[in-house]
Design a protein around this ligand. Sequence first.
Ligand code: CO
Length: 140
Amino acid sequence: MIGRLNHIGIATPDVEKAAQVWAALYGATKTHKAFDMPEQGVRVKFVDLPNSQIELIEPLGEASPLASFLEKNPAGGQHHVCFEVDDIIIARDDMRAKGARVLGTGEPRIGAHGTPVIFVHPKDSGGVLVELMQTHKEAH
Ligand code: CO
């Protein structure tokens, strides 16, 4: 059901500075160009490591959902983990059938990789916000 770890989301006040740290300390193999997702209220910058990807996210705009996270963690911190799924609707319905809460209306939205995603409430996973990401634009 749940596939590979796709990326780890890390909130930061500054994606460019954070990317420099990931390059300097952990030998990032590639840092991608940052881009804005105004509907989600975030600026995103992906950093590739040999066996994983870090999604650096910075608040964008006044109503950013990251604002309260950074109020509690001003230097930033781990925000979510993202696992791959084949079909986001099946994954969502499975989460609900297991009693987990899907954030928002539960309608998948387009995530930073351009494919549908949902988020599972952190209270259902020991305090960890979990993103589920369909790996393809269309379900299999
Ligand atoms: Co993510």
